[in-house]
Design a protein around this ligand. Structure first.
Ligand code: C2E
Length: 177
């Protein structure tokens, strides 16, 4: 793992070409950025893998085409947030949200999708490692991942990254432009 300071906008913008190729022509992919996004600290390659994973899953949920939106958002939690047994501490976060207009995930499966070897894909199509790998990578960067889904309407995956407050130290400081 090689954590580094990352601007999520740059990371996602650099990936759009590849992601557009991944989704094909029947699916539109839109990327939009929220204001005031701050730096996070994560392994760039691993994080790219997570985003690619979510986008491929979104694509596979829309065999007849549809739309994928990737959004970033700056979020300050004033109070600790409880969700899915997770406790997200109060503080500043940078979010990535990947939404699709696909088939959705039944409620009884939602709680399981981050577990290793859980898959809804046919044998041979998926390894079942995608989302649990994504979960692990997000945890390694101190973040959280949540899913909302409505059958027949689509799914929304949100990743919360704690904002990196470091002032250098492990990396040479950047010279002002
Ligand atoms: P759990 O998945 O049974 O995990 C129990 C505890 O094992 C976690 O407590 C954490 O200390 C550790 N743990 C589990 N998986 C990992 C991992 O991949 N990396 C690391 N470093 N530690 C891990 P914690 O953090 O208080 O979480 C309690 C429960 O909250 C978890 O139970 C899980 O159900 C939920 N949760 C935690 N983080 C997330 C998240 O990012 N997304 C979602 N959807 N649920 C989460």
């Amino acid at each position: 793992l090689k954590p580094e300071r990352l601007e999520l906008e740059d990371l996602l913008s650099d990936l759009t070409h590849l992601l557009n190729r991944l989704v094909g022509e029947r699916i539109t992919l839109r990327l939009s950025h929220g204001a005031g996004l701050q730096t996070v600290r994560a392994d760039r390659r691993k994080l790219e893998q997570v985003v690619m994973n979510l986008v491929v899953n979104a694509r596979d949920a829309m065999p007849d085409g549809g739309a994928i939106r990737i959004e970033t958002e700056a979020l300050t939690l004033r109070d600790d947030m409880r969700r899915d047994r997770a406790l997200v501490p109060a503080g500043d976060y940078a979010l990535i949200r990947v939404s699709d207009t696909g088939c959705g995930i039944p409620e009884d499966r939602l709680q399981k999708i981050f577990e290793p070897f859980y898959t809804t894909k046919k044998q041979g199509e998926g390894t079942g490692l995608g989302l649990s790998t994504a979960y692990g990578i997000v945890k390694q960067s101190g973040g959280f991942i949540f899913v909302d889904s409505t059958e027949g309407e689509g799914s929304i995956f949100q990743i919360y990254f704690p904002v990196f407050k470091g002032t250098g130290g492990e990396e040479p400081a950047e010279l002002p432009a």
